[in-house]
Design a protein around this ligand. Sequence first.
Ligand SMILES: Cc1ncc(COP(=O)(O)O)c(C=O)c1O
Length: 363
Amino acid sequence: MIKFLDFEPMHIQISDEMKNAFQRVYDSHWYIQGKELDDFELEYAILNQTKNSVGVSNGLDALVLSLRALNIGVGDEVIVPSNTYIATALAVSHVGATPVFVEPRMETYNINPELIPVAITKKTKAIMPVHLYGQSCEMDAIMEIAKANNLYVVEDNAQAHLSSFNGKLTGSFGDINGTSFYPGKNLGALGDAGAITTNNEDLALKVKTLRNYGSSVKYYNDEIGYNNRLDELQAAFLRVKLNYLHEWTQQRKEIASWYNEALQMRNDLVLPHVHENADHVYHLYVVRTSNREKLQQELTEKGIQTMIHYPVPPHLQQAYKHLGFKKGDFPIAEEIANTCLSLPIWPGMDNTVIDQIINSSNG
Ligand SMILES: Cc1ncc(COP(=O)(O)O)c(C=O)c1O
């Protein structure tokens, strides 16, 4: 049995350090908004090459707080890709704004900058690029469009820690950006966790207030805030894992290149395509095939778990029925949803596992 994601090699590698981190927090008798969170925020900001990072409860909340900090709300529109994980669109809806879907490029699966200008209206306030599967969006073009139209940029960096475009890290382009440390992410906690990253001190402070009931001085509340804090235990665990992120990202890239090499002769499979100026950190290794169900079934029979990211694009979800879209409205997103299949990938996956998967998918 080969799991889609096997934490075991990573967790064996860091076991002692993680236990020490637990013990440190346990013995500190301080569990919310303490030293671990402060240190994690400093360390993550350094890793992400931004002036600030603010730890929050999860990736969705990071995006909601980012939009709140920019005062985006009712009556506003925010441009999002039509093939994203639904959390991107949900964040827009939660602040009362409307997500406006823009198709991705078929080659990279990332939002097509050429289609953004036609989606801009008087109500548009921001663009939310999603670095899907771990590949950076075309951030040069997106930043240019945003500047020309006086729009904010909020990157959804949930799947792309340490990815970059023209050498600049994702999560450091936008005015304020959100990321997720859901356990299966490239940098994952042992539960829910997330962060915002920004070079803007005022926005960082605003999120710090919003995540803590709208309060910066205990029992004085300046905003209608939330409880969206990142707890000390998760911060301490993330501090351990953060030190391994470069090594683990490198391993993901190596596994992807083994897959690429071994599957290149399969002309029924579309392999990942990386834009010439983008980096790909392979949060997911996604292939496409018109025989997706058959391939998935064959792999399942051979004990290999695969997943579909994602089977239904946001515009066809029940949750967005009120926007009135129908099948065929975003054909590229729909085609990706109907043909994509994610193969197992995780740091520590060894050659024998990879050979087994490759031999199975080669029939
Ligand atoms: C692209 C994207 N955005 C946002 C999220 C939301 O993150 P979380 O699950 O931590 O709320 C996720 C992950 O689940 C994601 O993949």
